[in-house]
Design a protein around this ligand. Structure first.
Ligand SMILES: [Zn+2]
Length: 84
């Protein structure tokens, strides 16, 4: 993974490649973020857990229920790679 660069106030295009470990399905979750700590978000932050990763993976909005509940140490949705 790339080291985090700081781009204050700028939108960064992020591509997170995600894999459902149960089905083997792989999807790219592409979004824009002004957050300058993308890698942290995916390793320690909101996107480190199945609850939010499943929303990204299955394309739900935040108004919907997450498909998966919190997983502790064993995420079903795996982060394969992260580009930003
Ligand atoms: Zn969670």
């Amino acid at each position: 993974m790339k080291a985090t660069a700081r781009h204050p106030g700028r939108k960064i295009k992020v591509t997170a490649r995600l894999k459902d470990r149960h089905t083997g399905e792989i999807k790219d979750y592409v979004y824009e973020s002004t957050n300058d700590n993308i890698a942290w978000q995916w390793t320690e932050g909101n996107y480190s857990c199945d609850c939010n990763r499943s929303i990204a993976f299955y394309g739900l909005t935040l108004d919907n229920k997450a498909v998966l509940s919190c997983s502790g140490d064993e995420n079903r949705i795996e982060l394969v790679s992260l580009r930003h």
